[in-house]
Design a protein around this ligand. Structure first.
Ligand code: NHW
Ligand code: EN5
Length: 412
């Protein structure tokens, strides 16, 4: 078991990463890193995907929409839209060589993919440069041929050659060794639709009418001063979010340019194009001081319903970054109001369900706002980095996979 992962610089299960010193697991000697690509299976060749080329994004979308992540009993499959993929793969610092495809040599059909984007994260107050790995996917007919380890080795090689020696990634799969394990929570917005598609069930003790009533939301937002985020809010949000994220064991650090990309992409489009919108961001402006006191964002992914014959989809809003200037004990109320408004806005934008993970400060609102735990989990991993003990008092609620509150990174 873990024949491949055993050979990689990741912590073994049951090693106590919180006790040993934090830092890289292995020092990479560039002389030992191959200068050319690893050999592939016969009949296949390496390629890249240019996310700014509509045709190539179309090919990637085709692969992922048929072969990417499903829930445990294949009720649905995630279907990231082409514009979402372009957004996710063109964050500042992106390079074509890190969006790696595998093509069948004869037909040139895209049959596998893995992506990497550079980012900076803080791990117990140490800033490290990492590559964020996402969208690993292999065509169903090429599964179990050890192609995944090859894709991982190849992207690792290309990162080493560009002086990146650490990575962060999330997966539903259990691998050695999670730094956090977070349950998915779901808040129905259109309960009837979820019920009809098999996403949620009618509890035997309830009725459809009672379920619909349970998830009813007001038609307008409740927080005074809440409005769509605008370009000239960027500095304030950068400052607010940066401060807010500092107290998690692991958190991202964004430049202004990164934040602009992450929060504004697609927002410049006309209202009519709102079906193409991928990310929504709102701020709360204090009506007296004109200061930005809070911020919330969410992104959109559809899921294809696999069980019926209809081409049914579930429109899901995923909670993305948020922040508040309030601290305990007012934080709870503040964040509850903020996320409740996000639910109202997502419902107005015709989402069917609002997802959040059990991380950051989400325990402050999940139960109260009628989120329920789902049947899936998301595990967070670092590659070639040992977390080590917490350094400051604030982070003394040391990161361990049973207590995901120390995780501040949200991945797409
Ligand atoms: S998680 C989403 C992953 N994708 C899917 O679930 C889509 C549907 N499934 C598939 O396409 C988000 C295939 O089943 C995949 C595996 C491709 C998953 N991560 O080729 P084989 C991400 O994108 C190990 C890592 O025969 P396959 C994050 C497995 O444990 N490893 O399997 C990606 C076994 O190794 P072992 C995974 O079913 C992070 C080996 O793969 C994995 O045909 C990548 C079997 O390979 C997963 N999700 O293809 C790591 N699933 O040791 C990045 C299975 O047990 C690391 N495996 O023998 C960092 C790299 C950069 C470093 C830079 C410094
Ligand atoms: C890489 N960055 O399992 C990410 N989703 O709970 C890729 N379940 O939606 C990794 N099975 O519980 C993604 N409904 C990993 C996630 C894979 C997808 C996944 C789970 C997460 C999910 C739904 C549907 C289950 C269908 C049957 C679920 C119950 C919700 C219900 C709402 C009403 C109140 C009771 C609960």
């Amino acid at each position: 078991s873990y024949k491949f992962w055993k050979t990689q610089p990741v912590p073994k299960f049951n090693e106590d990463g919180g006790k040993t010193k934090g830092g890289p697991i292995k020092v990479i000697n560039l002389d030992e890193v191959p200068k050319g690509p690893y050999p592939l299976l016969d009949g296949f060749e390496w390629g890249t995907i240019d996310p700014e080329d509509e045709k190539e994004v179309g090919e990637l979308h085709e692969l992922l929409s048929n072969h990417y992540v499903e829930d445990d009993d294949s009720t649905f499959r995630l279907n990231y839209s082409p514009v979402f993929l372009r957004w996710a793969l063109t964050a500042p610092g992106w390079q074509k060589q890190w969006h790696i495809g595998v093509r069948a040599s004869a037909s040139q059909k895209l049959v596998a993919f893995i992506s990497g984007l550079p980012a900076n994260i803080n791990v117990h107050a140490q800033t490290i440069k990492v590559i964020e790995i996402n969208f690993l996917c292999i065509h169903k007919r090429l599964r179990s041929k050890r192609l995944a380890p090859l894709l991982i080795r190849e992207i690792t090689r290309r990162c080493y050659l560009q002086d990146i020696y650490q990575a962060i990634y999330t997966a539903a799969a259990v691998l050695p060794t999670p730094v956090a394990s977070c349950r998915y929570y779901h808040r129905p917005l259109n309960w009837l639709k979820l019920c009809e598609s098999g996403f949620s069930h009618l509890p035997s003790s309830s009725t459809k009418a009672r379920q619909i009533a349970k998830y009813h939301l007001p038609s307008t937002t409740q927080t005074p001063g809440l409005r769509l985020m605008q370009a000239d809010d960027l500095d304030a949000v950068h400052e607010l979010l940066g401060r807010y994220l500092q107290r998690f064991d692991i958190s991202p650090t964004f430049s202004i340019d990164e934040l602009r990309h992450l929060l504004f992409f697609g927002a410049g489009q006309a209202k009519e194009a709102s079906s193409k919108r991928v990310v929504w961001a709102y701020v709360v402006e204090d009506l007296e001081t004109r200061k930005i006191t809070d911020f919330v964002s969410f992104y959109s992914i559809e899921s294809a319903v696999l069980s019926h014959s209809q081409n049914d989809v579930i429109r899901t809003a995923y909670l993305y970054y948020y922040a508040s200037t309030d601290s305990t004990p007012n934080l709870q109320q503040r964040v509850q109001g903020l996320i409740n408004d996000a639910l109202i806005l997502a419902k107005k934008a015709r989402f069917d369900v609002f997802n959040a993970l059990q991380l950051q400060d989400n325990d402050l609102f999940l139960e109260k706002l009628r989120f329920s735990p789902g049947d899936g989990r998301l595990h967070y991993y670092l590659f070639n980095y040992q977390v080590g003990p917490a350094v400051n008092e604030d982070a003394s609620d040391c990161l361990d996979s049973q207590r995901p509150g120390g995780m501040g990174v949200v991945m797409l």
